[in-house]
Design a protein around this ligand. Structure first.
Ligand code: 15L
Length: 268
């Protein structure tokens, strides 16, 4: 892997990977729709709107692998999701195919499966249960990735990211947190592992309170170093006495499930 492209490079995960992957590959191409901090040695900067296919083709030209973080990173109106996460995602995969790119790490999300109850432990084989238009777009992305893997031989690692950050910020995130160094490890597996055709893994640290069976990631060599548990006491104390929404509390996706919720009976 000589040149690796990071889309969404100006976002939180992108800025972090820019540092942790510095020097790992000879060239990092850093792209976003908004300005990215100026290039240093071994970096190239690009500015691309993912809905513009001609620009996306220029963005992927000459790259060997892609870490696709770009698009919309939370719930939004349908036109916004459509442009960023459906049209934009299609453009990235199709441009990658045309350019002969052989590897993509796709940042999918826990919200593709957010309507599984917290009481259930799920693995990479469960059918999607998106909790939002955003979650639907991530399930679409996982399906598109499967197509481009089966039909065109692009190796794709779909990382269903929980919540990325230096530390877990609330009770739900104690179960889905991933630290920067653990996500870096997972991304490197996605770019460098010789045998990846199409895989789904959970982008979570080794959290004692995890809702996921992440054995597929472990099979690929993932050995997460961090656990949210040392933060639990402080996180839970900060939430004491706060009113809890019963829908958000029941399902893994939390407030993404409760927002706009109108069902009269709860599906388990
Ligand atoms: C996500 O997929 C979002 O990108 C992120 O902003 C958080 O909302 C995260 O999920 C989460 O569930 O905490």
């Amino acid at each position: 892997m000589k040149r690796v492209l990071i889309t969404g490079a100006a976002g939180g995960i992108g800025r972090s990977l820019r540092e942790t992957l510095r020097g790992v590959y000879p060239i990092l191409r850093l792209s976003d729709r908004v300005a990215v901090a100026p290039a240093r040695d071994g970096e190239e900067i690009d500015r691309t709107e993912l809905s513009d296919m001609a620009a996306v083709e220029r963005m992927v030209a000459g790259v060997d692998g892609i870490i696709h973080l770009g698009g919309i990173s939370g719930e939004n109106s349908w036109p916004v999701i459509l442009e960023g996460n459906i049209v934009g995602l299609y453009n990235v995969f199709e441009a990658a195919r045309r350019a002969g790119v052989k590897r993509i790490v796709f940042a999918t999300s826990n919200h593709a499966v957010g309507f599984y109850p917290r009481a259930e432990r799920i693995d990479h084989r469960v059918v999607p249960r998106p909790d939002s238009r955003y979650g639907v777009s991530k399930a679409f992305g996982e399906a598109l990735a499967s197509l481009y893997s089966d039909k065109h031989g692009i190796g794709v690692l779909c990382t269903r990211i929980g919540n990325f950050g230096e530390k877990p910020i609330d009770k739900r995130r104690l179960s889905i947190w991933i630290s920067p160094r653990d996500y870096t490890q997972l991304v490197r597996i996605g770019i460098e592992h010789p045998d990846i055709r199409y895989e789904i893994v959970y982008g979570v640290s080794n959290n004692r309170r995890s809702w996921y069976d992440n054995s597929n990631a472990e099979r690929l060599g993932y050995r997460p170093q961090d656990d949210s548990e040392p933060y639990a006491e402080a996180v839970l104390a900060a939430e004491t006495g706060q009113p809890a929404d019963p829908i958000a509390e029941h399902y893994q996706g939390g407030t993404f499930c409760a927002a706009e919720y109108t069902a009269e009976t709860r599906r388990s």
